[in-house]
Design a protein around this ligand. Structure first.
Ligand code: NAI
Ligand code: COI
Ligand code: MG
Length: 355
């Protein structure tokens, strides 16, 4: 059988990390006997430049027909001035919606080789292993908003957060199922002391988790969670939360790992999955060959595991990443004197060799 993977490099460092990840994916797939055909598609600023819209219908159609999608990142200052409906970031939100991707899995793993160099206390982060389960197709990113993009100066704007019980139920179920394969703890994060959506979230989370008696559910307000994540990360197993809170907390959790360039993600629904590093297009370092490709490479491993049923190939990538870090190879974001500094491309080649 031949799998079909749509590749969307996007903007900024997106094409750099995707090229790196593709090399590693090809190597792991070849070694594991997994046949993959690739189709490159446009989205984001690159699509805006070439087609006049951030998410061409052809990209959506190709993604829907594929087994999985590998994406870099979209957006950047070049396109920040366009009308809101043309923003490059609309591509990512549109693609997630079109593919029905409601569950965003963001594993945060602190590699042994990196804990000693953490900006946080090494003993606090060493061994931390958290899975953030972020609701991805609802919440404030998708609610109605008033946004003035007229010539007159605006003096009011609003965004709306709507969550329904079925949306909360299905994401809490994902979190509880994931916890069963881990340390059987789910922390549901909300702002139920203020927000109506959060009070619904808490009630539905309780009700849903009751069907998983072997899983311990607790609740934290998001502000406290933000603090506990850096103070006592080892107290967390699975975190389940809404779209906005999950977006913010996962960037924060990247500090535990050492760099946002390390964190992968899988966005899952009932059809093809979308795999992307959690970072954005990093315009400040784009084009310099210094971006850390490991988040995108580990996203490719998640793609193999979740969409192509290729566990051995996924494991091979993760083991190679661990080995290369243990051997002291680092991109600029994690470089320290005494270690070996590699470019984006060199890091990918080193991981390929390790596989
Ligand atoms: N999924 C996506 O396509 C996302 C797109 N964006 C877009 O990306 C653009 C830039 O957003 P920012 O807020 O600056 O977030 P960002 O994640 O692109 O960058 C934040 C910081 O992390 C660094 N960084 C990010 N990825 C890195 C990597 N692989 N290796 C080393 N350092 C890395 C950057 O250099 C920067 O200092 C914006 O247009 C934003 O809307 C932001 C987040 C996600
Ligand atoms: C367009 C944004 C919602 C993308 C983002 O920051 C993310 O999904 O992490
Ligand atoms: Mg984000």
């Amino acid at each position: 059988m031949t799998y079909r993977v749509v590749v969307i490099p996007g903007d900024g460092i997106g094409p750099e990390v995707v090229a790196a990840a593709l090399g590693v994916l090809r190597k792991a797939a070849a070694k594991g006997g997994v046949n993959i055909e690739y189709e490159h598609c446009l989205a984001g600023g690159a699509a805006l430049d070439q087609c006049g819209e951030p998410l061409p219908a052809a990209t959506v159609a190709a993604a829907k027909a594929a087994d999985a999608v590998l994406l870099g990142a979209v957006g950047g200052p070049k396109w920040d001035g366009v009308a809101p409906h043309l923003r490059a970031e609309k591509a990512i939100l549109g693609l997630r919606k079109a593919l029905g991707l409601y569950a965003n899995l963001r594993p945060v793993r602190v590699w042994d080789a990196l804990a000693p160099h953490s900006p946080l206390k090494a003993e606090a982060v060493a061994g931390a292993d958290i899975l953030i389960v972020r609701e991805l197709s609802g919440g404030i990113y998708y609610g109605a908003r008033k946004e003035a993009h007229v010539a007159d100066a605006p003096d009011e704007a609003w965004d709306t957060e709507i969550y329904t019980a079925p949306e909360i139920e299905r994401i809490v179920r994902v979190a509880c199922r994931a916890a069963r394969l881990r340390r059987k703890r789910v922390t549901s994060v909300d702002k139920a002391n203020v927000l109506a959506t959060s009070r619904l979230w808490r009630t539905v989370a309780e009700r849903t988790a009751a069907a998983f008696p072997d899983v311990r559910l607790d609740h934290l307000y998001v502000d406290n969670c933000a603090m506990q994540l850096v103070l006592a990360p080892k107290n967390f197993d699975v975190i389940v939360t809404g779209n906005l809170f999950g977006d913010i907390l996962s960037d924060e959790a990247a500090v535990l790992a050492g760099s946002i360039g390390l964190l992968p993600s899988a966005s899952l629904g009932d059809g093809p999955g979308l795999y992307e590093p959690i970072h954005g297009s990093a315009p400040d370092i784009a084009g310099q060959g210094v971006a850390n490709p490991i988040g995108c490479i580990l996203s490719a491993a998640m793609l193999l595991r979740h969409s192509l049923d290729a566990k051995a190939a996924a494991d091979a990538i993760e083991q190679a990443v661990e080995a290369v870090l243990a051997e002291g190879y680092r991109t600029a974001d994690l470089y320290r004197p005494g270690l070996t500094r590699l470019s984006t491309e060199e890091m990918a080649r080193r991981i390929e060799e390790e596989i």
